[in-house]
Design a protein around this ligand. Structure first.
Ligand SMILES: *Cc1c(COP(=O)(O)O)cnc(C)c1O
Length: 480
């Protein structure tokens, strides 16, 4: 009896072919790969079948009415819904964490000029490695180097895939082959996360690590007494994600460059974030800018393109011609080279820096850092008003409150420095903060918040006005 019923029901399902021939489905097939549409449809049919068979197994068969819709149109409509919700694996998210340079969320947002240039350059042929004046092979890195030389007042610069590659390649260029030694302070043997540890990267590059000083103190004598005929480089590394306080002292880049000059040994500084502007203009603690490090006499500086610079993922290596030439001729330069999209965006971002005042407005990373508590409070109020007016959120379910909070820059820049911010706390009558966070993350445009003291909130520092519409959509979807 039960088997008969089962067969009867399964027989009533429309054929896959009839659903694929449906007009709505045919329209979808133009937009999506055929195999993908078929796979989605098969999954859909299977889940409907499972649902019905599940009901058949229950003792109470009241839900198993004969009203199940088995038309091809019904499945075509379901398929359309499914495919309209499609997004690529790598997708836009709303950053409600307040962390401006969030490595997991893609670090820096590019300025509009860079986005436009990437689109233009990547959709056509370009003079990537072609010298237009002479009609022959040209230099890929020229497109970024001329601006880096202008901004940093350095003799030469090259760009590679990221700063980790920059450090690795530079070390390998100075230390390849022989047992060459690199001197570094014990206070700078850091791990910056993502398993990038300075001692490991040095070992992998072929350099022999010579640690000097102590964790909290390193002085001139420490460096000088370690120098011998095998010394290839003096290395200074920005401590990035931690800070030491108390009984500490370290040498400035300038001090180390004087030691290097005296002993004719190159000095390299890994700046990590490497800012082109003095952040103290935003009321943040002073940190030497990349320009200042170059002018202090450091031979080679390396820094990231997508941290405080606010550009694409890249590692910039700049400094004295003699040393950058050595790095540029390393075969690894070919392995770590950047593509035209990175160059297109980097050139546009660097161009913004020719006018610092404009750069601060146009480069999102700088713009977000520069926002004051007052600016952010205004933004939070604007969004809350929109939420109230739009009726996106069910008032009986949600409760909103603007709260004062602290956000950090991220990307290893000023790790212990908290910026005043405002967040919108979102509470739901029946859903816990954790669960709410999970639901927000599961949407077509995921909204990533932060949870503090068991409460879910969106830090408005990193939420743009455009993101606000996505948040409204999210609230209305969750409200059902
Ligand atoms: C971030 C950082 C790096 C690595 O840079 P990526 O661009 O992420 O490869 C290296 N050194 C320091 C000091 C850093 O802060």
């Amino acid at each position: 009896m039960e088997n008969d019923k089962k067969h009867d029901i399964l027989r009533r399902f429309p054929s896959v072919q009839s659903i694929l021939q449906n007009n709505e489905t045919l329209k979808l097939s133009k937009k999506f790969p055929d195999e993908f549409v078929k796979e989605k449809l098969n999954n859909l049919i299977k889940s409907e079948k499972d649902k019905i068979l599940g009901l058949l197994k229950q003792d109470d068969k009241s839900e198993l009415s004969d009203n199940f819709n088995f038309s091809a149109e019904y499945f075509a409509e379901k398929l359309k819904e499914d495919l309209n919700n499609f997004s690529f694996s790598l997708k836009k998210v709303v950053n409600g964490t307040g962390v401006v340079v969030h490595t997991n969320l893609g670090r820096s947002i590019l300025p509009e000029s860079a986005v436009k240039n990437v689109s233009k350059i990547s959709s056509s042929y370009s003079n990537l490695e072609f010298n237009l004046a002479e009609g022959k092979r040209g230099k890929r890195y020229f497109h970024a180097e001329y601006l880096l030389k202008k901004i940093l007042k350095c003799e030469r610069a090259i760009v590679v895939n990221n700063n980790a590659a920059a450090v690795f390649m530079a070390l390998s260029s100075f230390c390849s082959g022989q047992k060459k030694e690199v001197i570094i302070s014990r206070g700078e043997l850091i791990e910056i996360g993502g398993s990038f540890r300075i001692p490991d990267i040095m070992k992998a590059s072929g350099a022999s690590l010579v640690e000097v000083g102590t964790t909290n103190k390193t002085n001139i004598r420490d460096y000088e007494s370690a120098i011998n005929e095998n010394t290839a480089l003096l290395l200074k590394v920005h401590k990035s994600n931690f800070r030491m306080s108390g009984f500490t002292s370290e040498l400035s880049g300038k001090d180390i460059s004087l030691i290097g000059a005296k002993h004719k040994i190159p000095v390299m500084e890994d700046l990590g974030s490497g800012s082109f502007i003095d952040l103290s203009r935003f009321g943040l603690p002073y940190e030497p800018t990349a320009q200042e490090v170059v002018s202090a006499g450091i031979d080679v500086v390396t820094f990231s393109g997508d941290k405080l610079l606010g550009g694409p993922q890249a590692g910039i290596i700049a400094g004295k011609e003699k040393y950058i030439d050595m790095v540029a001729s390393n075969p690894l330069n070919r392995a770590f080279r950047i593509d035209k999209m990175t160059l297109a965006s980097l050139e546009a971002v660097l161009f913004e820096y020719l006018d610092i005042e404009k750069a601060v407005k146009n480069i999102p990373t700088l713009f977000f850092i520069a926002l004051t508590g007052k600016d952010i409070l205004k933004k939070a109020k604007r969004l809350l008003n929109k939420i109230k007016k739009s009726k996106a959120a069910d008032k009986n379910l949600f409760d909103f409150k603007i709260v004062r909070d602290a956000s950090i820059i991220g990307g290893g820049a000023l790790p212990d420095y908290e910026l005043e911010t405002y967040a919108i706390k979102i509470a739901h009558k029946t859903i816990s903060a954790d669960k709410l966070g999970k639901i927000f993350r599961s949407l077509k445009i995921p909204v990533i918040g932060k949870i503090k003291n068991g409460e879910f909130m969106l830090d408005m520092r990193t939420v743009s006005d455009l993101d606000c519409n996505d948040i409204l959509d999210a609230l209305s979807i969750i409200s059902g």
